[in-house]
Design a protein around this ligand. Structure first.
Ligand code: PMP
Length: 365
């Protein structure tokens, strides 16, 4: 029997099985090296090859031009909440605009406040972070140093379907929970970043993609470890980088390229998976209530509630017994959350949809 469950965790989350299997196979000994990836120098020929392949795979998947630099950084997405204002707000003499559509955007806004003036261009809190704004609702500062937003709010399950119009100011996007899940219009971004632990690899690593002209805006005097120019100049090996997470990103992106066939294909699969769950919700006669407004529904994190907290507890427990794990929503919003990242097989979502229908029928609704 396969001991692996269907894991709907929001992150760290399930990774593609072929990537895990290759890591397992080569864990004691990388072919031709005689040692594990955990044991070799980050400056060795083999590790340099791994890091460069991971970078090249990301560039190929996203269609990055050489105007962009791919950086592997420590500290997860959260350290980027700090590094971005240090590099691009401190000393800019202008405010930064924030479009806040959920928990993570609100935290990024708070962290940036320590470094300079920030402007709330749109706040989704009064509407319980249930939707993304229309461009006409944004109160952008025409002089902004940058506009920050979160493409997919992991906790609320709210996703931008298209990039907001930042009115010419550099757009900086936290893509932690939908990175590499769909094709994007790269040229619309000055910077995008993601914690790796949803679609790309293990936790602790952040992947930052920065348009090179942005580096000229960085003030002097930052600590080297917090200065994007240093990481760019040193090819992400200024200090010892998170080697194993980078190795896993290399394997995960290889899977995306070779097995899935790129981001357009991945997006098609992801939309199909998400639609299956939203259909169950929409056809449940109100038994399941989706949190996000239909036009802002996430393809990555499907959030919904049941008629009562007791019903929600029973749902989580019975789902786990049936092999569907980690469906409890984030403690700050309650309810359910099915995170269906790239590596969640279609079959896992099909089976969860069947379980949801059966649970409703059993509840007499
Ligand atoms: N941004 C988003 C959208 C997230 O989902 C998360 C983590 N769930 C973070 C930022 C913070 O990431 P980390 O824990 O890697 O710092």
């Amino acid at each position: 029997m396969n001991p692996r469950v269907y894991n709907f965790s929001a992150g760290p989350a399930n990774l593609p099985l072929p990537a895990l299997e290759e890591a397992q196979r080569d864990l004691l000994c990388l072919p031709g090296v005689g040692a594990s990836v955990l044991e070799i120098s980050h400056r060795s020929k083999k590790f340099t090859e791994i890091l460069e392949t991971a970078k090249a795979n990301i560039a190929q998947l996203l269609g990055l031009s050489d105007q962009y630099d791919v950086l592997f950084l420590h500290g997860g997405a959260r350290l980027q909440f700090v590094m971005i204002p240090l590099n691009f707000l401190r000393g800019a003499g202008k405010p930064a605009d924030f479009i806040v559509t959920g928990h993570w955007g609100a935290d990024a806004f708070k962290d940036a406040q320590r470094e300079g003036a920030v402007n709330m261009a749109w706040d989704g809190k009064p509407t319980k972070f249930s939707r993304t704004p229309k461009d006409a609702e944004l109160k952008l500062d025409p002089n902004a140093a940058y506009v920050h937003y979160t493409s997919n709010e992991t906790i609320e399950g709210v996703q931008f379907k298209a990039e907001p119009n930042t009115g010419g100011a550099p757009a900086i996007c936290d893509m932690s929970s939908d990175f590499l899940s769909r094709p994007i219009a790269v040229e619309k971004y000055a910077m995008m970043y993601a914690g790796a632990q949803k679609n790309a690899g293990p936790a602790g690593l952040a992947i930052a993609i920065i348009r090179k002209d942005m580096l000229a805006r960085i003030p002097e005097g930052l600590h080297d470890m917090l200065d994007y120019r240093v990481h760019s100049r040193e090819g992400s090996t200024y200090n010892t980088p998170p080697c194993f997470p980078i190795y896993m990103v290399m394997l995960t992106t290889k899977w995306l390229l070779q097995t899935i066939g790129g981001l357009a294909k991945m997006d098609e699969i992801n939309c199909r998976k998400a639609q299956m769950l939203y259909d169950v919700i929409d056809r449940s006669g109100g038994f399941y209530r989706g949190h996000a407004a239909p036009e802002s529904r996430s393809t990555m994190n499907v959030t919904f509630r049941l008629p009562s907290e007791d019903a929600e507890k029973a749902f989580v427990q019975e789902a786990a017994e049936a092999g569907f794990h980690e469906l409890k929503g984030h403690r700050s919003v309650g309810g359910m959350r099915a995170s269906i990242y790239n590596a969640m097989p279609v079959e896992g979502v099909e089976k969860l949809a069947e379980f949801m229908q059966a649970f409703r029928t059993k509840s007499g609704k």
